[in-house]
Design a protein around this ligand. Structure first.
Ligand code: ATR
Length: 271
């Protein structure tokens, strides 16, 4: 029960009303009898928000769109992973000292590695935004061969140069996806309210592939429905939230995360 010693944790962003973090973390805190509570705050002024949360001794600040990059200038330290990715999605407060990390990368890798090894696999990333950056960074560490596909080729080119990738493809050249072992959608295509859209045409997916969609609203995206119908293995986007969340829970409480209750809570709230 919330009492005078309970410490605040929160997610900040704009918008945040669709976030599943409060349900997931509060269920985990209750299960492990951890004296924290988790709220969602829609933020307009990021600098003032961080200052205020520090004043209230908020233990963990999860950061979402559109603040993952901007927040870096308001914290004391950025760890190596977040520095390389260029984005922070979790801040841990130790007595007023704020350290930023990035768990998106870990979340994506865990979701994939549950199903397959990544070393030497041909992996297609669709998208060249922040989410794509975090995943590419992780895949390179795992020694996968990464290929970029994006609507705007110039955006993909910059990213490909930075991470030393081969020439990127436009999404119109998606016939090349047929040669890939793994396809990851890191664009927002297929997200509600556009749940009828898929970034990949049916004929470019086959049964020897693994398809991971980081979009998790809806739970069963059009891309995953097509992939399943074609006989491919699929990974749901909520897994990235789950595994990233496990890391955040552990950083916050220094306890082992109750994975099963977090998984069940996410699924219950998605369906
Ligand atoms: P995030 O931080 O979540 O990755 P982002 O940085 O805005 O979000 O990146 C969104 C990605 O989705 C980009 O790669 C974008 O492609 P462009 O570089 O061409 O803008 C891609 N994207 C968004 N809407 C798209 C659409 N309708 N069709 C294809 N790609 C789309």
């Amino acid at each position: 029960m919330i009492n005078a010693k309970t410490q605040l944790c929160c997610i900040i962003g704009n918008p945040v009303k669709h976030s599943l973090s409060p349900q997931m973390y509060n269920a985990a805190f209750a299960q492990t009898k951890s004296d924290f509570c988790f709220m969602a705050f829609k933020i307009i002024n990021l600098a003032r928000a961080i200052e205020s949360l520090k004043m209230f001794n908020c233990r963990c600040i999860v950061v979402t769109i559109p603040y993952k990059q901007e927040v870096i200038k308001y914290i004391d330290k950025v760890d190596e992973t977040a520095k390389k990715i260029g984005a922070v999605n979790c801040i841990i407060n130790n007595n007023g000292y704020l350290t930023g990390t990035n768990t998106d990368c870990y979340g994506a890798l865990q979701s994939l590695e549950e199903q397959t090894k990544l070393k030497n696999k041909k992996v297609a990333i669709l998208g060249a935004g922040g989410a794509a950056r975090a995943i590419i960074y992780g895949l390179k560490l795992k020694k996968a061969n990464v290929f970029l596909f994006n609507r705007t080729l110039s955006n993909a080119k910059k990213l490909a140069e930075e991470f030393n990738l081969t020439r990127p493809y436009s999404l119109n050249e998606q016939i090349n996806l047929k040669n890939m072992d793994i396809i990851i959608n890191a664009t927002s295509v297929g997200m509600e309210p556009n749940q009828d859209q898929s970034p990949v045409a049916e004929e470019n997916i086959h049964q020897d592939q693994l398809v991971f969609d980081i979009v998790y609203t809806p739970h069963k995206t059009q891309l995953l429905k097509i992939a399943k119908a074609r006989g491919a293995k699929i990974v749901y986007g909520y897994k990235m939230v789950l595994y990233g969340g496990i890391k955040i829970f552990e950083l916050t409480t220094n306890k082992q995360a109750p994975i099963s209750i977090m998984d069940k809570t996410l699924l219950k709230n998605l369906n």
